[in-house]
Design a binder for this molecule. Structure first.
Ligand code: SF4
Ligand code: SF4
Length: 136
């Protein structure tokens, strides 16, 4: 049976330059599409993948990633902002790995660009008035 899932991988800096994801193809016969990537040498890397393959291979591939030190989380469905609650405090801006927030240099208003969001949930934890909402 084939499974296909969207997942978020977080790599510690020491793993960023190793061919970890390549081994998913070579050793576990999995296919993947990269939906988002944010990788800087020696810093934590982030990849959002759609990973597909036979169920057993999928499980082995995930075990391999976990044992290698990669943190894996499922891609949550949707993140929205309750505009009425947002105070433009800017706390979300530095927490977002995909730069889904932009500060208007004139007004200092914080714009949420939902197309860039990978639903990692980090901004939800740091938003003081709980304006960012996660929907499953
Ligand atoms: S959930 Fe928040 S921090 Fe994560 S990508 Fe989306 S906007 Fe950025
Ligand atoms: S942390 Fe919350 S309140 Fe502050 S700018 Fe971001 S969304 Fe708005």
């Amino acid at each position: 049976m084939t499974v296909s899932k969207k997942i978020v991988l977080k790599f510690p800096g020491r793993l960023v330059e190793r061919p970890i994801v390549y081994r998913l193809i070579k050793d576990f016969d999995l296919e993947f599409s990269i939906l988002k990537a944010s990788i800087v040498p020696n810093e934590e890397g982030l990849l959002v993948l759609e990973l597909k393959g036979e169920r057993d291979n999928y499980r082995k591939g995930i075990d391999y990633l976990t044992e290698a030190g990669v943190k894996i989380q499922p891609l949550s469905k949707d993140v929205t902002r309750n505009e009425a609650r947002c105070t433009d405090c800017g706390a979300c801006v530095i927490s977002c790995p995909t730069d889904a927030f932009e500060v208007d240099p004139k007004t200092r208003n914080v714009k949420f660009i939902s197309e860039k969001c990978i639903a990692c949930g980090l901004c939800i934890k740091v938003c003081p008035p709980r304006a960012m909402e996660l929907h499953f």
